[in-house]
Ligand binder design. Structure first.
Ligand code: WTA
Length: 645
């Protein structure tokens, strides 16, 4: 594909007149918005058309496209084959060790049908939950689509999560089946997976079967009668399966994400609205041409970005994608560029943390490869700093392609705020404006919209099709977390700070709650704290996210050790604590630094003042300490750390 023209002036240039004159999507009427989404839904195949676009009468529980019936997997797979595109490549799969697989839409259809037949043979029926913990292999996509085809809500758990984290997710969802693999490749090594998932399922009685993909030929523990090999069960199934249509609001998946407490939330997404918005946003934001583009989203399917922009959105749009199993460093640091060159990737969608890592490695690396196929770049996961934006555009985008900075969340299901290519002048670091059909505002404490040049909280003031339908099994927590703060106005509270610039464009400023963003992954301070205090050496713990030049934020933990635990070598204790957190949650939650302190700064009501700890973690003079119960605590903490008397 030839690069898309970028009509936008360079950073700092005057905004295009047309863009200024266009109405802000948020200013459209509610009726316009519903008509807009109705048109987008028509791009999908519906067995039965909806009678009402939005039923908001039970707010904040939305029902979109009520009365409509569709099959999500049929929309993502079969209809493309039926329309004569069976030979089009759905996935160029690239394994970490260099093995590859080309999967056409006809192949995908066959594999999804077989997998669906296999799940049926295990007695699974619509509504049953299936847990999936797999590396980035094609079977992960087959498994998700087979679940969607049968109306089995899936719960995909990132491969880096610990057995304990997997177990709690299986239990919360009451999953009957777990799909996993013998092992997974991690930076060139085969590491066990099944051995870990066995640890999780030992205490998860809802699991009746474990379906195991052979990936690394690693020895595995085996429970006769419960465990089944994928190649035995799936590969022998018939190639045909007739999809059944489900209600637009049939649950599609549960995806767990960190909140402000120690317990992850099972974010629930349903079928019709979710697929409508993921497909629309993928098409519009990336200006996608299914006949010519080769698209690569580098996320893991264990995260929402993988669900919406590797699986559902792209496949609904008949996209040809790259699916890559490995890490960017294996076997060498040029791996991503090599893959772009090899497949002629035209749309590349990644996270700022990786861009900053590329910057660290240096521009000579991408310069060694032919990246001229790139016509569009995307960014997601955290605010992209202008420096990374410019580097990305210059060294990956040849200084000529548009960059779309996409703001959204696990809860929103699909992109909400992003510059539409060609529609707005480029502003490095700003996600700019809500997409058509979406309405977002920046408001103050009272929920009043702030003026240009002012900051506040980002809210979504109108329902959207891909919005979460709740937290699995916890209606109250759903209302409390997202709708209580601005209940009087009916706004969804996103948990992000934001600012309007002088043109009214939106700049995201990061989380305003106790959720950290480490390499684009959401981790709650409370989750890491509860992992730390579950260790016998720890009396108390407080965790903060400190700015980090590469990962955005880094996890810094302050711990008070129990009497007796201080006898050994401090370095040994903190190393053991880091390992403990990795075991409890997963390696992504390991604190970068653990500081042993004699006290923690607390208010008179006993609340830990993380703001002051952040000052310490970022090597600043501690801010206002007047609300502390004991103001001398900060001196004690800093004295201990710097060795001052
Ligand atoms: C942050 C990932 C600024 C934000 C899709 C949000 C961003 C959280 C951006 C959701 C962006 C994501 N600019 N911040 N373009 N994209 N975020 O649920 O704080 O893993 O609330 O979804 O990531 O993270 P989640």
């Amino acid at each position: 594909m030839s690069p898309r023209p970028d009509p936008r002036p360079a950073a700092g240039g005057p905004p295009a007149e047309a863009a200024k004159a266009a109405p802000r999507p948020g200013e459209r009427t509610a009726a316009d918005r519903l008509a807009f989404w109705s048109r987008q839904a028509e791009e999908l195949h519906w067995e039965t058309r909806w009678s009402e676009v939005l039923d908001w009468s039970a707010a904040p529980f939305a029902r979109w496209f009520t009365g409509g019936r569709l099959n999500v997997a049929y929309n993502c797979v079969d209809r493309h084959v039926e329309a004569g595109h069976g030979d089009q490549v759905a996935f160029h799969w690239e394994g970490e060790p260099g093995d590859t697989r080309t999967i056409t839409y006809a192949d995908l259809r066959r594999e999804v049908c077989r997998t669906a037949n296999a799940l049926l043979s295990l007695g699974l029926r619509a509504g049953d939950r299936v847990a999936i913990q797999l590396p980035m292999i094609p079977e992960a996509v087959f498994a998700m689509l087979a679940c969607a085809r049968l109306g089995l809500p899936h719960s995909v758990v990132f491969g880096g999560f610990s057995p304990a984290a997997l177990q709690s997710r299986i239990e919360d969802a009451g999953a009957r089946l777990l799909i996993t693999s013998d092992g997974q490749y991690r930076r060139g090594r085969a590491e066990p997976m099944k051995a870990n998932t066995d640890e999780a399922t030992r205490h998860a009685p809802s699991i009746e079967h474990v379906l195991v993909v052979r990936r690394t030929a690693t020895e595995v523990p085996w429970t006769e009668g419960r465990d089944l090999w994928w190649h035995d069960l799936v590969d022998t199934q018939p190639d045909e399966h007739r999809p059944e249509a489900f209600d637009a609001e049939h649950p599609l998946f549960i995806l767990y994400t960190s909140g402000t407490t120690g317990r992850p939330k099972g974010i629930l997404h349903t079928s019709g609205g979710y697929l409508t918005q993921t497909a629309y946003t993928h098409r519009a934001v990336f200006d996608l041409d299914p006949d010519t583009d080769v698209y690569w989203c580098t996320a893991d399917i264990g995260w929402i970005t993988g669900h919406s922009y590797i699986v559902y959105g792209p496949l609904a749009n008949r996209t040809t994608s790259v699916l890559y199993e490995g890490t960017p460093t294996t076997p060498h640091e040029g791996r991503h560029f090599e893959v772009i060159e090899k497949y002629g990737v035209s749309v590349y969608y990644t996270a700022p943390t990786l861009i900053r890592t590329f910057m660290k490695w240096g521009e000579q690396l991408p310069a060694r490869y032919d990246l001229s196929s790139i016509g569009m770049l995307g960014s997601v996961g955290e605010p992209i700093n202008p420096e990374a934006w410019r580097w990305y555009r210059k060294h990956i985008g040849g200084d000529r392609v548009p960059i779309v900075d996409t703001w959204w969340q696990t809860e929103t299901g699909a992109v909400m705020i992003a510059p539409l290519p060609g529609a707005a002048p480029a502003k490095p670091g700003s996600a700019q404006a809500p997409l058509p059909g979406v309405s977002a505002k920046v408001v103050d404490d009272q929920g009043r919209e702030v003026g240009r040049g002012e900051s506040g909280y980002l809210v979504l003031d109108q329902p959207w099709p891909a919005m979460l339908r709740g937290i699995w099994g916890d209606e109250d927590r759903y209302r409390e977390t997202y709708w209580a703060r601005f209940a009087h106005r009916g706004h969804y509270f996103a948990g992000d700070g934001a600012r309007y610039d002088e043109d009214g464009d939106i700049w995201l400023l990061g989380r305003v709650d106790d959720v950290m963003n480490v390499s684009g992954h959401r981790i709650s301070t409370a989750e890491v704290e509860s992992a730390l205090v579950s260790h016998p050496s720890v009396a108390e713990a407080a965790v903060v996210g400190a700015s980090d030049p590469t990962t955005g934020q880094a996890i810094v933990a302050f711990v008070i050790l129990r009497a007796g635990a201080t006898d050994g070598d401090a370095a040994e204790v903190t190393a053991a604590l880091r390992e403990h957190v990795a075991r409890e949650i997963g390696p992504i939650a390991k604190p970068g630094r653990i500081l042993v302190v004699p006290e923690l700064p607390k208010t008179r009501s006993g609340k830990i003042m993380r703001r002051l700890l952040r000052d310490v973690a970022e090597n600043r003079e501690a801010g206002d300490v007047t609300t502390l119960a004991d103001a001398s605590v900060m001196d004690l903490i800093t004295a201990g750390l710097t060795g001052r008397p």
